[in-house]
Ligand binder design. Sequence first.
Ligand code: PLP
Length: 325
Amino acid sequence: MREAMATAEVGDDVYGEDPTVNALEAEVAALFGHEAALFAPTGSMANQIALQLVVPPGDELLCDADAHVVTYEIGAAAAYGGISSRTWSPAGADLDPDTVAAMIRPEGYHAVPTRAIAVEQTHNRGGGGVIPLATLRELRRIGDDAGVALHCDGARIWHAHVADGVPLTEYGALFDTLSVCLSKGLGAPVGSLVVGSADKIARARVIRKRMGGGMRQAGVLAAAGRYALAHHVDRLAADHAKAARLAEAVAPFGVLATAVRTNLVPLDLAKARLDAHALAAAARAEGVLVSVLGPRTARLVTHQDVDDAGIDRAVEVLTRVLRDA
Ligand SMILES: Cc1ncc(COP(=O)(O)O)c(C=O)c1O
């Protein structure tokens, strides 16, 4: 990947003249069966550009209360897009399309009209859960009936594709806009893309510039993304298997929040003798990193830089810390 970055052909992407960025954008659009894509520095910016494409200022977005777009993007939808967000109770990958349908508010004088529904595939705070294709199809039908757009925060859509075997084009066909990340499981240092119609992506280019996301010789970064797409998608299955090993090891302590499907292992420490900070501190002291999501919730993540010996070590440390607490 470093070599691909070092040897990348570059140009000024603000003028649309970086051949490596252009190639990446064309490749990702084609992967999802859409007309166009736009390279952005981060997943958060890609999400926020997409939301501004589908929800005009003052109108409404519906999403899960635990969605990244309303949890970890620091109020950007409201701050930059003037977007009003309304959420359904955290449901992870088990969202109920009927619940979502019942929340949709039509255009009219009195209420805030719903313009888009956002889902997250896989669901980060939902423990890496994969929303079933049938659910997404039903949401698409609901969106079509109501004239409401569908956005996918597909930061980890590659994991869903590998776990469920659903072609990326099939996911692409269900959404008006998608954001996809190269910098998570795929292992690129930087980069996400907004995917959609040519018309939407032309508008997205303007929004990205307005948000300060127009980059110059960004081909150095796009080259890393192209390398990641070529070499790091199929191998995600190995990360899923490693997460399953971790899950199996901690399950007897009653701390597994949900069944593990992909590379995230969500921990619910409500009944454990130590809280999330105590677990993370004890594990860190022995070189095992644990994300703290809340006082009694934590997350383990597997990725390509954690090898089998690293998983052995994590299993040994975590089971000992949980047992001795
Ligand atoms: C589901 C989801 N969407 C979006 C993002 C944002 O990505 P970034 O950190 O590149 O802004 C993340 C980051 O963890 C994420 O988990």
